[in-house]
Ligand binder design. Sequence first.
Ligand code: TXA
Ligand code: MG
Length: 324
Amino acid sequence: MTAEPGTRVLKADPASIATAATALRQGGLVAFPTETVYGLGADACHGEAIARLYAAKGRPAFNPLIAHVADVAAARRLAVFDAAAEKLAAAFWPGPLTLVLPKRPDCPVAALALAGLDSIAIRVPSHKTARALLAAFGGPVVAPSANRSGHVSPTTPAHVLADLRGRIDLILDDGPCAVGVESTIVGLLGEPSLLRPGGLPREEIERVLGQALVMPSPGETDDAPLAPGMLASHYAPTARVRLDATTPRQGEALLAFGAAPPFDGTTLNLSPRGDLIEAAANLFSHLRALDAAGATTIAVMPVPHDGLGDAINDRLARAAAPKP
Ligand code: TXA
Ligand code: MG
């Protein structure tokens, strides 16, 4: 489904929510209200829909997205819950809290949505329209804030339209958001840590956990207005990565783009037809597959820099950076 020519704005009601769920099923992009800010939703398991979502936002890089689910049971199908995760989920879901957890091996969410990481950010929103949409769709929905990259998060349908008109399929209009700032993000991969302050006060979380949250040192920031370090880690293959390889060498594995040169080593193609949306959808899963096949070096053919090419090249450059 394309975003052209227009973006429909529909008052949230059972009929429009059913329409939005159908649009998601078809790989469309749907902005919807949550109690924090409006999110730009896509089917979390649909790699190409997610590639289009990054393109619509104009994200300079593939930051991992939050998977929105209807309830804790749905969240447990995506991630491994330890005692701390169970406690926080019981206390604060549904609500403005996002948990970063180890993803389950059988987690169906697309690698691109997780930026290739082994962790997953999950939240159960409390907004009635968000909940109705998740129930109607019946699966995880990834949703970054529904703004162009670098802009502040939208709290009304008008904000969403101003940024994304013509770039997305549908906006479910249910008035302004009550909380108005993004969800608080707590990382539970090691010591519980505050990855992003947000709509749920830190003190409340610490009271339930019975311990202080670690404040990670600032790493890389994304486009969020509450700026401290969001994400210092990136997917890194074990193999060496050689960029802009036009001629693969003996013993390398080849990650091709477009027409591949003749080569008898292991080869995967990001997009034989040279399509950057398709290439983005395949990026992390292909890197992982070549890594898992035991390649010591992955030779990557040049990928153009236009459109999603910038984000693809950004992630490839990180994958190629010398390992610490
Ligand atoms: O309130 C919210 O959280 C809104 C509504 C729509 O739910 N969503 C939102 O999404 O703010 P976004 O994409 O604008 O911000 C998500 C943040 C990013 O900073 C991203 O780096 C971080 O979550 N994140 C996602 N997955 C992560 C992971 N596995 N590890 C660390 N950080 C992660
Ligand atoms: Mg954002």
